[in-house]
Ligand binder design. Structure first.
Ligand code: GLN
Length: 191
């Protein structure tokens, strides 16, 4: 089973390593045609405005919407979560606009620009090691979105069917439990 990591900008190699620890093959996706060869896609952290611009430039908006419409799982982390969201506070237009969540960018404020914590996540046995870097928050979710974790009462992990989103970077430590969770989502989607 192959899982792609959108390789326009951001933490690509780290995601590929975590995918492989979770027992799937990880591949960097640089061209839309490469989406045909994978069964699941990760959109990494980085800078959402830049990732969004590059996605428009290289035709990824329509291609990833079609990938999602085919029921193939997508996992957005940090900036990738922002790119997946239907609504972004302070912006008129979303990027992919696929997941029924409203997000706020850089929502932790200057004091807490970057930090790590052990985060309990619904459906995962042990708390996961989560690295937050200028992280967004999920302000609200539609009724069919499952909240998988909160941090100080704010939503930081959510799932809507085949779409998974995390405010933080799960790929920057050796803890690959959230990648295992996504690999399991992709495996189930193939049955
Ligand atoms: N603050 C970034 C943005 O708004 C996200 C940060 C990250 O991905 N680590 O795109």
């Amino acid at each position: 089973m192959k899982i792609g990591v959108l390789a326009l900008q951001g933490a690509v190699a780290e995601h590929i390593r975590s995918i492989e620890l979770a027992g799937a093959e990880g591949v960097a996706i640089k061209k839309v045609e490469e989406l045909d060869e994978i069964q699941g896609l990760i959109i990494p952290g980085g800078e959402s405005t830049t990732i969004g611009k590059l996605m428009r430039k290289y035709g990824f908006i329509d291609a990833i919407r079609a990938f999602s419409a085919a029921g193939k799982p997508i996992f957005g982390t940090c900036a990738g979560l922002i790119v997946l969201a239907k609504s972004i506070e302070g912006l008129d237009e979303p990027h992919l606009g696929l997941m029924d969540i409203t997000v706020a960018r850089n929502a932790f404020g200057r004091q807490r620009e970057s930090f790590e914590t052990d985060l309990p996540v619904k459906g995962i046995e042990e708390p996961i090691r989560a690295v937050f870097i200028r992280a967004p928050l999920i302000r609200s979710v539609a009724s069919d979105v499952d909240v998988l974790s909160t941090y100080h009462d704010e939503i930081v992990t959510a799932r809507q069917g085949h779409l998974l989103a995390a405010s933080y970077h799960p790929e920057l430590t050796d803890d690959y439990q959230l990648h295992q969770y996504f690999v399991d989502m992709v495996t189930s989607s193939l049955k």
